[in-house]
Design a protein around this ligand. Structure first.
Ligand code: ADP
Ligand code: MG
Length: 403
């Protein structure tokens, strides 16, 4: 068990918190503040303990000087101010020599948000390469480090793993909740356990698929992964998204042999065309022609998948059943959510776009748990641990002094 925030002696201390403020921002406006809201429990707790609070986060991918214009954390400071009803100090510079003095002058309960840690990646990747000087500089600002960014916990970065080398560390409430939920529902899932995998990524998800197959009773497929399996079975999938790798196709053939009883593939599809935007047709899976593109599952597939879902006690979903962003191809995903809403099973959704689809289609309150992790969640479920969590002290770790 990792050290929890409530087990730390934090009264009046300087505490540096790694948050996940990687929020969607368009034209300087935050479109979805879920992640900011998720950080409030930890911040409020630290305020109750009269801490001086320093917040760190990355935002977006920062590769060039121009990217810095797009990815300042300043809008997050504004939103935090509104949510907490108190001043949030914002530091435009990160490695400034004035910063330690600034922290010294902070009062208990004061909050300071530093600029996007990935600004340090231009030009020398200091954040992403876990630079020792940057890590120790962050650590020098505080007495304790709180890791509260589950979605970044798979990254060996200065603001994630780096700081833990220098000061005592613990997990914040948001990470604690995420770990507890994933462990509780998915480590020893109540059977029958059904995994549903769809979406756009193919090669990326093979590892998750392989990790889930021995654990689950049914694995229902859609999207790029299903298309790749159909391709391995020599179906014509037209111009649909699928793997091009012969090595992966061989692997999928092997998986089909080993797990024939668990895997379920689409029986029908709603297809578009590779050259005509207005073309939409219903097709049985063996009727697809060269220029057609599988965009969604059809009604027969949904019926088949529904029967597996209704037998299940635990269901994990990653990836949508179709290109749900386009109304013409959102029926599969919507019908799936509707079935999951009505079934009695524990329902967990993991993956950035999948959770996005749940929210956009209005099913936010109809699942047992929506994982905030994206890539980190998939990695945790695949490998069973994450570098950013491994780096945190164990709960029982007590310093033994040589007498
Ligand atoms: P997550 O981010 O949750 O891991 P993905 O990114 O893998 O999930 O899946 C979501 C994306 O998959 C959506 O943008 C959707 O449009 C796309 N998608 C779903 N089905 C198909 C399909 N048949 N062909 C191409 N893209 C698809
Ligand atoms: Mg995605």
């Amino acid at each position: 068990m990792k050290q929890r925030i409530e087990k730390m002696d934090l009264k009046g201390k300087r505490v540096i918190v790694r948050c996940d403020y990687n929020v969607p921002i368009y034209n300087g406006k935050i479109v979805d503040d879920t992640k900011i809201v998720a950080s409030l429990d930890t911040i409020r707790y630290l305020m109750e303990k009269d801490c001086k609070i320093i917040l760190l986060s990355h935002l977006g991918k920062v590769k060039t000087e121009e990217d810095k214009e797009l990815y300042s954390l300043e809008p997050v400071a504004k939103r935090l101010k509104e949510l907490l009803g108190k001043e949030i100090y914002f530091s435009h510079t990160i490695l400034s020599p004035d910063l330690p003095n600034h922290v010294k002058s902070m009062l208990p309960r004061d909050i300071l948000l530093l600029e996007n840690t990935r600004f340090l990646d231009v030009p020398n990747q200091l954040e992403s390469n876990c630079d020792a000087q940057v890590s120790s500089f962050f650590a020098s600002l505080a007495d304790v480090f709180v890791m509260d960014a589950f979605a970044s916990a798979h990254r060996n970065h200065a603001s994630v793993t780096g700081i833990t080398k220098y000061i005592p560390s613990c997990i914040g409430f948001s990470v604690e909740k995420e770990l507890a939920s994933l462990d509780r529902f998915l480590k020893n899932p109540t059977h029958p356990f059904t995994v549903i995998m769809g979406g756009a990524k193919v090669e990326d998800k093979l590892e998750l698929l392989e990790a889930m197959l021995p654990k689950c009773d049914y694995l229902l497929l859609a999207g790029g992964l299903a298309n790749s399996f159909l391709k391995a079975l020599n179906f014509n999938i037209g111009s649909s998204l699928a793997t091009e790798s012969t090595k992966m196709i061989e692997k999928l053939k092997q998986i089909l042999l080993n797990y024939r009883d668990k895997l379920m593939l689409p029986l029908d599809a709603i297809v578009g065309s590779s050259y005509d935007k207005n073309y939409t047709h219903y097709k049985r899976i063996n009727e697809i022609t060269d220029n057609e593109v599988i965009k969604d599952v059809g009604i027969k597939t949904l019926e088949k998948y529904k029967s597996a879902i209704l037998k299940s006690k635990t269901i994990f979903l990653n990836g949508t059943l179709g290109v749900y962003e386009d109304m013409r191809y959102s029926n599969g995903t919507k019908e799936l959510f509707e079935t999951l809403k009505k079934c009695d099973a524990i329902t967990i959704v993991g993956g950035g776009d999948s959770v996005g689809a749940v929210k956009n289609l209005g099913y936010e309150n109809d699942f047992t748990y929506l994982s905030v992790g994206g890539g980190a969640t998939l990695k945790y479920l695949t490998q069973g641990h994450l570098v950013g969590i491994d780096a945190i002290m164990e709960e029982e770790e007590i310093e033994v002094l040589d007498v």
